[in-house]
Design a protein around this ligand. Structure first.
Ligand SMILES: Cc1ncc(COP(=O)(O)O)c(C=O)c1O
Length: 382
């Protein structure tokens, strides 16, 4: 038989897969699992999303839609971007995709090709380097203390650099870029003629003052080179519905639409109506309640000897440095032992480009969080 695609084979599987297999095996064996590895909110989806989805089905909405999404949803997204992000787009600049992950993939495919380089600040969300690789481009991983600085970006740029990825608030660190930090990065972006792929999927999970600034809002010349990515997966607890989007300058939006038109076509029409309802019924109280969990988890975690963790300003993760607790083990071995001995599931930092760290999600019930942190503290002290 002929060889399978070496490009496909070069993609690393999601690092949470083996952890999930272990978690499932434990659960199937009837053992307790305190799962702090989850990447999704634990509150219910908005009522209006359910109503709109039910109505779409009752109304017999069963046909293809425009590849880029139903006009009402694209118009609603346009309005959201104007209101929340001070970004002026037309509905034609918006392409609704199958989750933010697919929206990102569209963006990388539209921008990158063989030989290009894309700057990916580490710690990074596991998917960015792999998606960049699929396009034939090379992810250039730049280690940071959570946020990329202008100096670090400038030092990483080569004549091949096509784009830089910004994720704010970030997974796994929860760090949020300030307007001043973005302005410094913007200067390097313009000087070197780069594109920006800006992932704002955790935008509403922000515990600082004001909103989360977008680099695209710093001026027309920045907006002209930025693809903004967002969606309802996290903000409306609708990870399973698969609705995300890109907002991009017309030339890039045109390519994204063309790519999607030959790959998946439109997102499920029912999911699009659900997202439309969701965007008018964002569960703000539930989102705000995460601040309390962040504070609780951070206080308890940093009370453990050997754990270092800045207080994140966004998302719903803590990403502590646990190098003092590893005792010769890798983070993977540490997480595996923690799970076997205590039933607590954390994600090793290895897949995020930070092998001395672990990721803890506080998007779980407070009693579960408390119990898991008791066990983690006991495990660390043993
Ligand atoms: C930083 C980041 N971007 C994008 C996504 C993907 O979101 P979606 O479920 O809408 O594809 C995730 C999911 O975990 C994420 O953490």
């Amino acid at each position: 038989m002929k060889r399978l695609s070496s490009r496909a084979d070069s993609i690393r599987p999601s690092p949470t897969l083996s952890l999930n297999a272990q978690l499932t095996a434990r659960r199937t064996a009837g053992e307790e699992v305190l799962n702090l590895s989850v990447g999704e909110p634990d509150f219910p989806m908005p009522d209006r999303a359910r109503e709109y989805a039910a109505k779409a089905i009752a109304d017999g909405r069963n046909r293809y839609t425009d590849v880029a999404g139903i006009p009402e949803l694209r118009e609603r997204i346009r309005r959201k971007l104007a209101e929340d992000n001070a970004l002026e787009y037309t509905p034609d600049d918006v392409v609704v995709a199958n989750g933010a992950k697919h929206a990102l993939f569209n963006a990388f495919l539209a921008l990158c090709e063989d030989g290009d380089e894309v700057v990916v600040p580490a710690p990074y969300w596991v998917t960015y380097p792999e998606q960049v690789r699929v396009t034939g481009a090379r992810p250039v991983i730049v280690p940071t203390a959570a946020k990329l600085t202008a100096e670090q970006l400038a030092a990483a740029v080569t004549p091949r650099t096509k784009a830089v990825v910004l994720n704010s608030p970030g997974n796994p660190t929860g760090a949020t870029y300030s307007r001043a930090e973005l302005a410094a990065l913007a200067e390097v972006v313009l000087r070197h003629d780069l594109f920006v792929v800006e992932d704002l999927i955790y935008e509403y999970f922000h515990y600082g003052d004001g909103g989360v600034p977008s680099i695209a809002s710093l001026g027309p010349e920045l907006q002209a080179r930025t693809v903004v990515v967002n969606g309802v997966s996290k903000s409306c607890a609708m990870t399973g519905w698969r609705v995300g989007y890109t907002a991009a300058p017309p030339e890039i939006a045109r390519l994204i639409r063309r790519l999607q038109g030959q790959a998946t076509s439109n997102v499920s029409v029912v999911a699009q109506y659900a997202a439309l309802g969701a965007m008018d019924d964002v569960p703000w109280d539930a989102i705000r309640s995460y601040r309390y969990r962040r504070d609780l988890a951070h206080r308890r975690l940093t009370a453990i000897d050997g754990v270092r963790c800045p207080l994140p300003t966004g998302a719903f993760y803590l990403f502590p440095d646990v190098s003092a607790l590893l005792a010769g083990r890798t983070a993977d071995e540490f997480c595996s032992a923690l799970l076997t001995e205590t039933g607590v599931g954390l994600v090793p930092g290895t897949g995020f480009g930070a092998p001395d760290h672990v990721r803890l999600s506080y998007a779980v019930d407070i009693p579960v969080l408390d119990e898991a942190l008791d066990r983690l503290a006991a495990f660390a002290a043993a």
